[in-house]
Design a protein around this ligand. Sequence first.
Ligand code: TRP
Length: 334
Amino acid sequence: MASPRVFSGIQPTADSFHLGNYLGAVRQYVAMQEGNDAFYCVVDLHAITVDYRPEALRRRSRIAAAQLFAAGLDPERSTVFVQSHVREHSELAWVLICLTGMGEAARMTQFKDKSARYGEASASVGLFTYPILQAADILLYQADAVPVGADQKQHLELTRDLAQRFNHRFGETFTLPRPHIVKEVEKITDLQDPTAKMSKSSSSPGGILDVLEQPGPLRKKVMRAVTDTGTEVLADDENKPGVTNLLRIQSALTGTPIPELEARYAGQGYGAFKKDVAEVVVETFTPIRERTEKLLADETELDRMLAVGAARARAVAAETMATVRDRVGFLPAS
Ligand code: TRP
């Protein structure tokens, strides 16, 4: 039997991934290339749904791809590519847009949040249809599992609804995908505001740990992370959100269960604990940063790796799209 198909997308909207991206997505991608037929996509079409600069997008798309390879995605095993290189994404998105109700799209909470940020009237229609493009990404590859953060649950539900609707109306065409959400890392929060998610759009620079950051600033940020009153290193979301966040980070990066960490730091206070968290973060990020820098130093080679990925992705996407074209009643283009 063929291995399960995995698909995920990650936005090239920053000059580095941060710890939340790393734990919630990138590290999962690497784990899931084992035993699966995995497709990972730098979603530049999604990145243009909000205000952006072309030069920054070009740079960030390469940086995103380089970090994926640097974090351990093996181009022999995984298909890593850039969304705009495979035209079928836009093409299927249009068909699915025509199957989506206005009300259904308007219920997407991420759109509501993001459009509120931009002012509802000036948010683009592209931002409104963003989740439908995401559905097209996933369905084109007949994905069984989609590693995503918890905030993407609603988009995955829409994807399943659209797949079912299409299959019902036009005949079995799409695999119904399921989200693969890793519980332990759902709640990595801002170091300066430990009740808010670590996020490139809302965290202050001091609140966010970037994969490509130098050891000095990484250490400083962890040492300056907001902790809570008291001195005990204990997980307690309610009363100690700052310490709890750091415990989650250390546990996720070392594989040590939180109770074991609590026992280790009993009676030691916050200082020694934070120092260790900082070291683990630096040890994790440094090799990835160094490999990323190397990959970015040779753009020709990086672009060639992405061309290989695009060719493999296109072969799958074209097959799905040929079926879709026929099923929905488009004439053969021969
Ligand atoms: N919306 C996703 C996010 O912000 C990114 C994304 C785009 C995606 N297309 C996808 C994730 C397809 C999974 C599958 O995280």
